[in-house]
Write a protein that binds this ligand. Structure first.
Ligand SMILES: Nc1nc2c(c(=O)[nH]1)N[C@H]1C(S)=C(S)[C@@H](COP(=O)(O)O)O[C@H]1N2
Ligand SMILES: [Mo]
Length: 393
């Protein structure tokens, strides 16, 4: 078995100078933005290069599963792992436990293997659409993907370590760190009750392959249904704590207004905040792309995707007249409650002119999408029903 990814930089072809873990610009554009090539990745939309933040061009979402080389990338800190030698890498589990564990990849793979498909989505996906504008990564809709993850269940690992009764939070640390000591290390926590849920996984594979370096090789946390801020990459340590963990990346970062809509009037601040957790329900029209010209009296398949924070999709409705009338879309294969589904709707426009296509998904517990965006100061949880204009000629 080849345990080393020391030579993965070669996959980038011309990136031979080892220190340069950056990408380089291509001559290719998508959605009007220049694409960049990073190690193990295809050409993606660049937000920042240090730390790497790369967005997936929309056309990849025509597929049910997002290919590894097209999955978006988001790191917070400039010093990210560029190579990991599995002969040396260990995952340490300790804190308020009966035992301390030091697991090699070989040990990790001895735990029963779990596999499921789950949407990974950044809390700030769609941030660039909010009005008024919000500082932070100006993501459009490509900070997400649908991936089949395999790994060990966190609860099995915690059981082997033996969580003590008075434990409160479980804290996760990756191999990345800030360039200066004053930049807080990226640590995230889950309440103990959440951490021992069946579906929480330490994944070592994405779509049947080892994780790419940029997506968290050699192992990352998967919290299906929750925003990816918890999906700590390149894990090195798990610490069980007897107190509520409230350091920088849990508080003040990654918080939402503590009210039912997680929103405040645009431009204002909430009185109380809570950590962001479960994803809301979303749908997206992928085809036809905005601005496409369609032929009158010719049938076209409108297609898109829809997902929710772990409660499947019950139905998707589609409008071609800007929301005046709606039809139910056909939903494709169900890959489980954390996966997205593909939907389609055949439409034959019988008059020339401009049309606005919209889609609205609902999940199995009745959560749906709003007609007006729900504003919050960090630009999280964008799920407004979007309208996309096409021309019928
Ligand atoms: N170690 C580490 N893990 C991390 C982060 C990070 O900065 N460092 N960012 C989180 C955030 S906010 C997101 S959106 C996802 C992005 O995962 P991806 O790069 O595999 O798409 O990783 C999460 N895990
Ligand atoms: Mo994120």
């Amino acid at each position: 078995m080849n345990f080393s990814r020391r030579d993965f930089l070669r996959t980038a072809g011309t990136v031979g100078l080892a220190a340069a873990f950056g990408g380089f610009p291509t001559d290719i554009f998508a959605e009007g933005r220049r694409l960049y090539k990073f190690p193990e990745k295809t050409d993606l939309i660049l937000l920042t290069s240090r730390p790497p933040q790369l967005e997936t061009p929309l056309h990849y979402f025509k597929e049910l599963i997002t290919p590894n080389n097209a999955l978006f990338v988001r790191w917070h800190l400039a010093d990210i792992p560029e190579r990991v030698d599995l002969n040396e890498w260990r995952l340490r589990i300790g804190g308020n436990t009966d035992r301390e564990l030091e697991l090699s990849m070989y040990d990790l793979k001895k735990f029963e293997r779990a596999t499921y498909t789950a949407v990974i989505q950044c809390s700030g996906n769609g941030r660039s659409f909010f009005e008024p504008k919000i500082a932070g990564g100006q993501w459009q809709n490509g900070a997400m993907g649908n991936v089949t993850w395999s790994g060990a269940r966190l609860k099995d690992i915690l059981k082997q370590a033996g969580i003590r009764a008075n434990s409160v939070d479980v804290v996760f640390d990756g191999l990345d760190s800030g360039p200066l000591p004053k930049v807080p290390d990226f640590l995230k926590s889950l309440p103990v009750d959440k951490a021992v849920e069946d579906d929480i996984m330490i994944a070592y594979e994405m779509n049947g392959e080892p994780l790419t370096m940029l997506n968290g090789f050699p192992a990352r946390l998967i919290v299906p249904g929750w925003y990816a801020t918890y999906w700590v990459k390149a894990l090195r340590g798990i610490t069980v704590a007897t107190k509520k963990y409230e350091e920088f990346w849990m508080k003040p970062a990654y918080r939402i207004p503590d009210n039912p809509c997680a929103c405040v009037p645009p431009g204002s601040k909430p009185d109380r905040t809570a950590p962001i957790t479960r994803m809301n329900t979303r749908s997206l029209v992928i085809e036809p792309a905005a601005g496409t010209s369609l032929k009158v009296n010719r049938a076209v398949d409108i297609m898109g995707i829809a997902f929710s924070g772990g409660y499947s999709i019950k139905d998707v409705i589609v409008s071609v007249d800007g929301g005046k009338t709606w039809r139910e879309a056909r939903c494709g294969r169900d890959m489980g409650r954390y996966s997205w589904i593909q939907w389609s709707h055949t439409w034959k426009p019988d008059k020339k002119g401009k049309y606005t296509i919209m889609a609205r998904a609902a999940n199995s517990i009745g959560e749906s999408q709003p007609f007006e965006s729900l504003w919050n100061p960090s630009g999280y949880m964008w799920n407004k029903i979007e309208g996309l204009e096409v021309n019928v000629v």
